[in-house]
Design a protein around this ligand. Sequence first.
Ligand SMILES: [Zn+2]
Length: 153
Amino acid sequence: MSLVQDVENFRNYFHSKEKRRQTFTSWVFEDDVECNADALAEAGFIYVGTKDEPDSTQCFVCKKTLDGWEAEDNPWSEHLKHQKDCPFAALQKSQSKLTVQEYIEAETECLKKVINSAREQDLKDHQKWYKILVSQEKYAMQNMLTERSSKII
Ligand SMILES: [Zn+2]
């Protein structure tokens, strides 16, 4: 995913718990347990479940994927437990309970995290391409050298 897309997704999901909630087209537990779809959306999760992993969720900021949820799990504490450096998990309370100042600070910290992760991924992709190009170049050089030496002989 590109940085622009990452930032756009981030904005959509940061400003609307409802948009995160809407990703839960199905959920393994009813609404009356602690680990319900609404509580997960509030704690920063979107639904990424599949047929094989029907309870797979992902944080829209740190991108940590969590599954194996239990009905009595608290999404906020599980989020922080599994991803200590996630600025969204660090909130530990609903965005609606933040002051304007806290909200702006949280948005800044979360956006930084999203941008840094995208840059790290870009760097990894570049390094991968660099290695491929270098090995192709080496191969071409070897072929050229082999061709030349066979001509000399
Ligand atoms: Zn997170």
